[in-house]
Design a protein around this ligand. Structure first.
Ligand SMILES: C[S@@+](CC[C@H](N)C(=O)[O-])C[C@H]1O[C@@H](n2cnc3c(N)ncnc32)[C@H](O)[C@@H]1O
Length: 186
């Protein structure tokens, strides 16, 4: 495309953007919603008009960030005033566990050592220690919640690692002896 044609298109695009609402739909337009075939899944309440000539993907992201557009709606009330939820994990993920037992505690570091995980929850740290540092003498999990303790014990039994693993169901603050005996505390 010649330079002048490109400049003309970009100028027309900018000009139009400032003349129109974000949806680029005018009050004077009559919208007919397809009842079958292409776009027939569009519903007025859950469809947002975004003109691809005026806004590319990055600009759409910016409009969403500014709150001018929403990508989501509430299934209960239909509101478009939604916000992303915050996700939080209560266990370390596989990548974090691999980092812990390869970079922070490289293979061999735990040989003949005792590792204690304070608040061992599902047992992720203990299982990963067993996998990445199989030479540890003892892997101890201290966990307050009895159901989580049961789950860890059953998992260790089912996967044949219960001889190396001790789950203590208690408040870690009641276990100074176990903590003092640890070479590594997570
Ligand atoms: C963030 S999770 C730890 C997850 C685990 N270390 C992992 O990375 O997979 C915290 C756990 O600590 C337990 N907890 C909290 N306070 C505790 C305490 N005083 N003594 C023992 N466990 C405790 C909670 O029940 C919860 O399961």
């Amino acid at each position: 495309m010649a330079q002048t044609q490109l400049l003309f298109i970009l100028s027309a695009l900018n000009w139009s953007t400032f003349q129109l609402p974000v949806t680029a739909i005018l009050d004077s337009e009559r919208t007919l919603w397809p009842e079958y075939g292409l776009e027939s899944d569009c519903r007025p309440e859950t469809t947002v008009h975004v003109d691809a000539f005026l806004y590319d993907e990055d600009e759409v992201d910016e409009l969403v960030d500014q709150g001018a557009l929403s990508r989501n709606y509430c299934r209960m009330c239909g509101s478009h005033a939604t916000a992303p939820l915050t996700f939080i994990s209560h266990s370390l993920g596989i990548d974090q566990l691999r980092f812990l037992f390869t970079a922070v505690l490289p293979s061999g570091t735990l040989r003949d050592k005792v590792l204690v995980d304070v608040g061992s929850r599902l047992g992720a740290v203990l299982y990963a220690a067993q996998l990445f540092s199989p030479g540890a003498t003892k892997l101890v999990g201290i966990e307050l919640n009895p159901d989580l303790c049961r789950l860890q014990t059953e998992t260790a039994t089912n996967f044949g690692i219960s001889d190396k693993l001790l789950v203590i169901c208690d408040d870690a603050r009641n276990r100074p002896a176990e903590l003092a005996a640890a070479d590594v505390i997570v």
